[in-house]
Design a protein around this ligand. Structure first.
Ligand code: UD1
Ligand code: CA
Length: 457
């Protein structure tokens, strides 16, 4: 039987943040979500999360994870104290306990699998992951012999000058035989620089204790401050870009683009510099994105082109061309072949196939049929100061430049709206609607001035 415990009760003082450390986001997922994901494939019988600092907030963020048990650690008196809280919920449990630090988010599932296999094969009381780091400062140091037997772990701040020269560091990831750990947990003491109970002290009490050194030290990077958060983000972004390049996506300047864990791409997508994909975004085959786009929680079908634009919570059907400098806000749905041009904002609107809004427009809370031509500067006035109203425009209609459609309003199919019109009433299919002052021309209005000019000239 396997139980997994994730330590997530600490405050994360060094982050200097109102957000609990384990809820800091990293490429579209929180630290703790990533840690939980790294062990999911092991299908543990029990999954426990130790919470303390802002416990409710951490619990709420994970309320949809099936089978996760929350264990409260109050106050937070160190990692050993955190694991002591498991004595009750795991009373009578037989098997291995995998302990994961909630702030070590880059672990690969394969690494945990080999930790578990190594542990089971050696029959050790504890097996821990270690790494040789170029800069081991801040990490606990692992003291081990050539056969991999660990005599103990000393925290950086408790090391003497000689011990600090040891670059074999503790990753904060352990596989324990639960019964043997449970027997030594009550004997931990707080005789150290921080005055806390250290989980690492159990290692010297358990025999045999083994370590498994990871090949890629990036995997066991712990996050204590914003610099380490940024470094982990960079590692994850690099992993994500490499993954998608291997799947057939071209990046002209990969380092300038960022992806989310939940971004998906089809084949032969070209991503130009400075493009950012967030949330659950999917990009179809053959799309050309960028330069300069932000696309969040949106779905693009095949063959869409987007340049210098922002798209959020929207869907775009095949063959649409967007930008430069367009904004699609939440609830925008474009049918195939639409064209949204510069300085056009669309919100909570459906556009039928082949619609064009090429210049300087706002379409909010609107439903457009197919092949509507939205003239430059057309505005849907959707807000009366209290409520939002809808604008409906039938297929094959054309709005003239600078027209204002005051919602609620419905224009039938094949309507033409004269330039500069402000429409407040519905227009039947096939009609021409003009809502503007008639042009007045007064001839010879400036006759006197002309004569004077003539004299002067
Ligand atoms: C810990 C290890 C260190 C290791 C490093 C790897 C100890 C004593 N030290 O140090 O050997 O090199 O991780 O990253 O374990 N937490 C609780 N309750 C507490 C205190 C902490 O749940 O009372 C949680 C934190 O939320 C965090 C994790 O335990 O997720 C690690 O705590 P942290 O204070 O960051 O330990 P480090 O000093 O990094
Ligand atoms: Ca840490």
């Amino acid at each position: 039987m396997l139980a997994v415990a994730v330590l997530a009760a600490g405050k994360g003082t060094r982050m200097k943040s109102a957000l609990p450390k384990v809820l800091q986001p990293l490429a579209g997922a929180t630290l703790v979500e990533r840690v939980l994901a790294s062990c999911r494939h092991l299908a543990p019988e029990r999954q426990l999360l130790i919470v303390g600092h802002q416990a409710e907030r951490v619990e709420r963020s994970l309320s949809s994870v099936p089978g996760l048990e929350f264990v409260l650690q109050q106050p937070q008196n160190g990692t050993g104290h955190a694991v002591q809280q498991l004595l009750k919920p795991l009373a009578g449990f037989e098997g291995e306990l995998l302990v994961l630090n909630g702030d070590v988010p880059l672990l690969r599932p394969e690494t945990l699998e080999s930790l578990l296999t190594t542990h089971r094969e050696s029959g050790a009381a504890v097996t821990l992951l270690s790494a040789r780091l170029a800069d081991p400062s801040g990490y606990g140091r692992v003291f081990a012999d050539a056969s991999g037997q660990v005599s103990g772990i000393v925290e950086h701040r408790d090391c003497d000058a000689q011990q600090l020269r040891n670059d074999l560091t503790n990753a904060g990831i352990y596989c324990f035989d639960w019964a043997r750990l449970a027997a030594v947990l009550p004997s931990l003491s707080s005789d150290n620089d921080q005055g806390e109970l250290y989980l690492t002290d159990t290692v010297a009490l358990l025999r045999p204790a083994m370590h498994l050194e990871v090949g890629d030290p990036d995997e066991v990077a712990g996050i204590n401050d914003r610099l380490q958060l940024a470094q982990c983000e960079a590692v994850l972004q690099d992993r994500l870009r490499r993954h998608w390049m291997a799947e057939g996506v071209s990046f002209t300047d990969p380092g300038s683009c960022t992806l989310s864990e939940h971004t998906r791409f089809g084949r032969d997508v070209l991503v130009e510099p400075q493009c950012h994909f967030r949330g659950a975004t999917s990009i179809g085959d053959g799309c050309r994105i960028g330069p300069g786009c932000l696309i969040e929680n949106s779905h693009l079908d095949d063959g869409v082109e987007v340049i210098h634009s922002v798209l959020r919570d929207s869907s775009v059907a095949t063959g649409c061309v967007i930008g430069p400098f367009a904004q699609l806000r939440a609830g925008t749905h474009l049918a195939a072949g639409c064209r949204i041009g510069n300085f056009v904002e669309v919100k909570n609107s459906r556009l039928g196939e082949g619609c064009k809004a090429n210049h300087l427009s706002y379409l909010g809370d609107a439903d457009l049929g197919a092949d509507v031509n939205v003239g430059a500067g057309t505005i849907t006035a959707n807000f009366d100061g209290v409520r939002k109203h809808r604008t409906v425009i039938g297929s094959n209609s054309k709005t003239g430049a600078n027209s204002v459609l005051v919602a609620p309003i419905t224009l039938g199919a094949g309507v033409t709206v004269g330039a500069g019109s402000t429409l407040t009433r519905n227009v039947p299919a096939g009609a021409l609607a003009l809502g503007r002052a008639r042009q007045l021309v007064k001839e010879n209005w400036n006759a006197g001035a002309q004569q004077q000019q003539g004299v002067a000239g």
